[in-house]
Design a protein around this ligand. Structure first.
Ligand SMILES: *Cc1c(COP(=O)(O)O)cnc(C)c1O
Length: 376
């Protein structure tokens, strides 16, 4: 059996064919596939505008420049990939780390407490952790009641929905971002996208993506004008062709992910020691499958479990090391926030392999190995 990692892309012949087609066409970048991919994302999530960019971090960077002013205070979660809060710092704003709930998502009740106590906080960055969507009515309430701006980090949650509101539709937020890194729900190799319903934000993103430069039909053919300091964060037509092909199969991929999640749920149902972080939820995109292990009840440390599983050919992961405890953040004065749920969560959780091509035999092998080592 090949080594089973916690996540893996599914690239099939039709994906490869669509890439080859672009390689033989006139446009390798800034051609028709980019616009087509952006339109397909708009249609899928139900949003007005989409800007495809070179990766999820670039998406967060541009979204933060479009949304934030210098010194803005931004509520965010310690339980995410580094890029979420790094992007706040790229924009010279200030992340405030808020504790999470048992399901790994940011605690919006605590966010409200922060908003009540400090009226200068104007922004919330929410991550739909593992693909499990944050309650949209709570985002709507906070936005309305406290007049805040909201960014949804949907890097895990392409395809997730909550009461028929798709993650990334920006129904109760200003801006959303996606990542198409190979471990995410669809891939373009590297890639990302930003969605919004604001025409103003959309225009700003387009021009930040391309050097802060304007070139339009009113200008002479050779003219271009730089109005702001932008970047080259473009995504190629080659990558967008792959993304288009992948997006067509997203619902199939999600079905597989959910079936695996249900299988794991069932396997740990009567188990004292291993518990999924939330009960099965149809709206989750199951980018990750995270369990808590009660290490106090077993004669095995987390470290030992990781190594033993690795020797058995299974790659576990840990999502996430609290961002505020990273050396860079500690140097900025972070790390002493009171986050008891996150602290315990971090001690207990592991991510099990979940990806569309993980077959039954290997699902069973993961379950058997994990239960075996934990004597569960
Ligand atoms: C993957 C990820 C990102 C960054 O995306 P890249 O495409 O790897 O730059 C941002 N936020 C979260 C929550 C992620 O999981």
């Amino acid at each position: 059996m090949d080594f089973i990692n916690y996540g893996k892309q599914t690239v099939q012949k039709d994906d490869i064919d669509s890439v080859v087609e672009v390689l033989q066409s006139d446009f390798l970048t800034t051609g028709p596939k980019v616009v087509e991919f952006e339109k397909a994302i708009c249609d899928y999530v139900g949003v007005s505008y989409c800007v495809a960019v070179s990766n999820g971090t670039a998406a967060l960077h541009l979204a933060s420049l479009a949304l934030l002013k210098e010194k803005d205070k931004v509520l965010t979660t310690p339980n995410s990939f580094l890029a979420t809060s790094n992007s706040i710092i790229y924009a010279n704003a200030k992340p405030i780390f808020v504790d999470i709930k048992e399901d790994g998502n940011i605690d919006l009740e605590l966010c409200e407490k922060f908003l009540k106590e400090d009226s200068s906080i104007e922004v919330l960055y929410a991550v739909h952790f593992s693909g499990n969507p944050i309650e949209q009515e709570k985002l709507a309430y906070l936005k309305e009641r406290y007049n805040i701006k909201i960014l949804e980090d949907c890097a895990h949650s392409l395809g997730a929905s909550y009461n028929d509101i798709k993650a990334g539709s920006c129904k109760n937020s200003d801006i959303s971002i996606f990542s198409f890194h190979p471990v995410k729900n669809i891939t373009t190799g590297e890639g990302g996208a930003i969605t919004t319903n604001s025409k103003e934000i959309y225009k700003k993103l387009l021009f930040l993506r391309n050097h802060g430069m304007i070139k339009d039909s009113s200008m002479k053919p050779w003219e271009y004008e730089m109005r702001d300091l932008g970047f080259n964060y473009r995504l190629t037509d080659i990558q967008c062709a792959l993304g288009l092909s992948q997006l067509k199969k997203l619902d199939k991929f999600l079905k597989k992910r959910k079936a695996i999640a249900q299988k794991y749920d069932e396997a740990f149902k009567t188990c004292e020691i291993i518990k999924p972080i939330y009960p099965f939820f149809e709206g989750s995109a199951y980018h990750l499958y995270v369990v808590r292990v009660d290490f106090k009840k077993v004669n095995l440390s987390k470290e030992e479990l990781f190594y033993k599983m690795r020797e058995s050919g299974i790659g576990l992961q840990l999502h996430y090391i609290p961002i505020n405890k990273q050396p860079f953040y500690k140097n900025l004065g972070y790390g002493k926030e009171i986050t008891p749920i996150m602290d315990r969560y971090y001690e207990e959780v592991i991510s099990l392999p979940i990806f569309p091509s993980l077959d039954e035999e290997r699902q069973n092998y993961v379950i058997k190995s994990l239960k075996g080592f934990l004597n569960a």
